[in-house]
Design a protein around this ligand. Structure first.
Ligand SMILES: [Zn+2]
Ligand SMILES: [Zn+2]
Length: 342
């Protein structure tokens, strides 16, 4: 019995070896049968987002190949696209993003790598959300990060005095920056009404005066020099507000009496953030700070109280931290607490 088993084993081995010697292939079973062991898949024609592909696999034992078709996935988002990226930079009011579009089919991933609009004031996690006593709303941000470290009452209605001054000032600095304009800060502009009627002043001097006083005669001079009419200048201002993305939250007829129109605390803050990017307006703000005004032991670069709104700003390492407070009787010096929080 034992002998027979040994013989059978020997026979099997010899079969195995002769087969290999003949064909160079290793057979595991007597009749050359085995379960194929397929290896990696190789593309013959890679599947694309519009056409099925084919791929091949080889048996690790006998090298027999099988070819299979690879269908285009039902779900367009997981298909193998040939993407090309277009970077859309942020504007003043619209976020920037990358548009990924397939160059083969129509598939588009509209927004990846989204970054906020340039002057969006974005709430910071952990921002203070309780206003100090005597204050209804308070926003604190800075010109570097545009993050709100104090964030109360963003949508509160506030008196539009500051929005009016900023709207006009932004329309003018916009013109000064426009390529091909005839206006510079040194251009002489005649006043056409008020005490200075007939006198000529530089745009620079008039902008400083405008920020400090909101004097309609200054506005008349600038508006007529730029556009020749109230309507033309108002349209310029409206266009400027629209580009900044605040046209829904701010409505100011710049020629109407101060205090007419509407503005929210948040939109006014966005306008201020934009204005603080203009060296001429920074200069105008700092010229109008009362002499004895101090916040956290330093002279602010910005301090204006207009209607129920008070704005202040201090410089730290070249960055302006600015606050907007609204309330009917804002306590003196409350900025000390707001700024020392930062
Ligand atoms: Zn095989
Ligand atoms: Zn595609």
């Amino acid at each position: 019995m034992r002998k027979a088993r040994v013989l059978l084993l020997l026979l099997l081995f010899s079969l195995l070896f002769t087969a290999c010697a003949d064909t160079g292939t290793t057979f595991l079973y007597e009749k050359g049968e085995h379960n194929h062991v397929f290896g990696n898949r190789y593309d013959i024609t890679p599947v694309s987002c519009i056409a099925e592909g084919t791929e091949v696999r080889y048996c690790k034992i006998c090298h027999e190949s099988v070819t299979e078709t690879v269908p285009v996935p039902e779900d367009i988002s997981v298909r193998r696209h040939a993407f090309s990226d277009t970077v859309i930079p942020p504007t003043e009011s619209a976020e920037g993003y990358t548009r990924r579009a397939c160059t083969v089919c129509e598939y588009v991933v509209e927004r990846t790598d989204v970054i906020p609009a340039r002057y969006a004031l974005t709430p910071l996690e952990g921002a203070v959300t309780v206003a100090p006593d005597g204050v209804d709303g308070v926003l604190l941000s800075d010109t570097a990060s545009h993050r709100l470290t104090y964030n109360v009452g963003d949508s509160l209605s506030v008196s539009p005095h500051l929005a009016r001054r900023l709207a006009v000032a932004l329309a003018i600095t916009d013109e000064l920056a426009r390529e091909g304009t005839a206006f510079s800060a040194e251009t002489l502009v005649p006043l056409i009404s008020g005490a200075g009627n007939g006198n000529r002043y530089t745009v620079h001097a008039l902008v400083l005066e405008w920020i400090a006083t909101g004097d309609v005669h200054v506005l008349n001079g600038l508006a007529f020099a730029l556009d020749g009419s109230e309507g033309g200048f108002q349209a310029r201002v409206n266009e400027r507000l629209k580009r900044l993305g605040v046209e829904g939250a701010v409505t100011v007829d710049v020629f109407a009496a101060e205090g007419e129109g509407k503005a929210t605390l948040g939109a006014t803050a966005v306008m201020l953030a934009r204005a603080l990017d203009e060296p001429l307006l920074c200069e105008a703000f700092s010229e109008s700070v009362p002499n004895l005004q101090q916040i956290v032991g330093q002279k602010p670069v910005l301090y204006l109280a207009l209607g129920n709104l008070r704005v202040a700003g201090i410089l730290k390492n070249g960055v302006c931290y600015f606050s907007l407070l609204c309330g009917e009787s804002i306590p003196i010096g409350v900025e000390n607490a707001v700024f020392s929080h930062e």
